[in-house]
Design a protein around this ligand. Structure first.
Ligand code: HSE
Length: 446
């Protein structure tokens, strides 16, 4: 449904200066507990910033059997829906995680005229239209700063600070687990499996690391950033996604020797396809980044988002992109914003998808390839390989060769070309008698 089709509700009446904002907290994990603690400990400061106190009037949890130190027993409930429906609740804060159950709760809250703050990237990336429509129809706010890189102010920056500019490109390291693993591989020479084991031991990687290492978490964030940056709905399934599980220690070493670091980048950009049509793309894949680029120096589990805008130029935002405290900071910033509107009236700028640009086919993306091959060490091999590139109109930027007994390792870096052309070349290379194996293909950026 478009904005035009959704009935816009009358702005909700202001509660008035000094009024208390009743908050329902859904979820009491690491983030929920920090939100509860900080809102309670800084009650007066929050009241001053909002224009009235924000009071948590109920905390929905999955079981009452667990100890929740610091939370009065009477605030706890397992009936989230009943809590949301209460007349003394104005604002619902969702920090449960998952998709289906929080979707039900968030929709219920919005439909019953309660503003919502959520930290849930998977929910926002999968159901943004439905949620935005429900918020619009009810005349309430939907805030989700914590959904992208925790306290790094990405959502507010795209929604408000750069609302007067034209964003061309957003590229970022938006997953700390994978950045930790790639950084450990680079700094210690460890294999992927060993670096993942270390990330798990230190608590960066979850017991099931799939969502992080396969790029799904970063893809949700890419969908959100692209939607806000390009005023166009980009959903999770629109994002091309490759994770880091096939990156080897050899790939990292070869990249370093050529002056690059390998990072899992989320890249959102405006492009012109081959017919000249302006469209948008969002993708997540391991990427060679020149070591002098600021994104290459983002180490450990830190996140950074690099934005290129027409008037502002290049901007970079850096910090902790996960964890209880940084995520709670982003949630509480949203709580202040949403509560101010409840007290004083008005709404925050919602998502605006007016540009409605087409989503480009991934094949239309312009990129460069770093192709690592094993080839026989004999006359004419290099000529056959370079002809394969030339026949498709793709220019080679550098070639490096190392001897290994009777075979050679050949690393070709291309100039920029459309993804579908480069992918076709790699397929042809794989079928050449003169190529024993294509060891890896990694894209280059910046
Ligand atoms: N698991 C994510 C990360 C944080 O490693 O950055 C939550 O999106």
């Amino acid at each position: 449904m478009t904005e035009q089709q959704v009935g816009k509700a009358q702005p909700r009446a202001a509660k008035g200066e000094g009024a208390t904002v009743g908050v329902a907290l859904l979820g009491y994990g690491t983030v929920g507990a920090e939100v509860f603690r900080l809102l309670g400990e800084n009650r007066d400061a929050f009241a001053a910033r909002i224009g009235g106190p924000a009071e948590i009037r109920g905390v929905a949890v999955s079981t009452l059997d667990k100890e929740r130190p610091g939370v009065p027993r009477e605030l706890l409930t397992t009936d989230a829906k009943a809590l949301i429906a209460r007349d003394d609740i104005d604002l619902v804060v969702e920090v449960i995680g998952g998709i289906d159950y929080p979707r039900e709760l968030v929709l219920e809250a919005l439909k019953s005229g309660k503003s919502v703050v959520t930290a849930n990237k998977a929910l926002v990336a999968a159901h943004a239209d439905e949620l935005a429509d429900a918020a619009e129809a009810a005349g309430v706010d939907l805030y989700f700063e914590a959904a992208v890189a925790a306290a790094i102010p990405v959502v507010g920056m795209l929604r408000r600070s750069l609302a007067g500019d034209q964003i061309q490109r957003i590229s970022g390291i938006v997953n700390g687990t994978t950045n930790f693993i790639l950084d450990a591989m680079e700094s210690t020479g460890a294999s992927y499996d060993d670096a993942l084991a270390e990330a798990t031991r230190l608590g960066y990687a979850e017991a099931d690391p799939t969502a992080d290492v396969e790029g799904h978490d970063a893809a949700s964030k890419a969908a959100i950033m692209a939607s806000l940056g390009f005023h166009t709905r980009v959903k999770f399934e629109d994002v091309y996604c490759e994770g880091i599980s096939s990156v080897t220690a050899d790939d990292i070493k070869a990249a370093n020797e050529a002056g690059y670091s390998i990072k899992l980048l989320a890249i959102c950009e405006r492009i012109q396809d081959e017919s000249g049509v302006e469209s948008v793309t969002a993708r997540v894949h391991p990427t060679l980044v020149p070591q002098e680029h600021p994104l290459a120096s983002v180490s450990k589990s830190f996140n950074a988002i690099f934005v290129e805008a027409e008037a502002a130029g290049s901007l970079m935002f850096y910090g902790n992109g996960a964890g209880g405290n940084p995520t709670a900071s982003a949630v509480l910033g949203d709580v202040v914003g949403a509560s101010r509107n409840i007290v004083h009236g008005g709404r925050a700028p919602g998502e605006n998808t007016y540009a409605n640009l087409p989503i480009a086919d991934f094949g239309q993306v312009q990129t460069r390839y770093h192709i690592d091959m094993e080839v026989p060490d004999r006359t004419g091999v290099l000529a056959t390989i370079s002809n394969t590139f030339a026949a498709q109109g793709v220019s080679i930027r550098t070639v490096r060769q190392e001897e290994f007994g009777g075979t050679a390792r050949l690393i070709v870096v291309t100039h920029s070309a459309r993804e579908h052309v480069l992918a076709a070349i790699v397929e042809q290379l794989g079928n050449l008698e003169d190529v024993i194996n294509v060891n890896s293909v990694i894209r280059l950026d910046h």
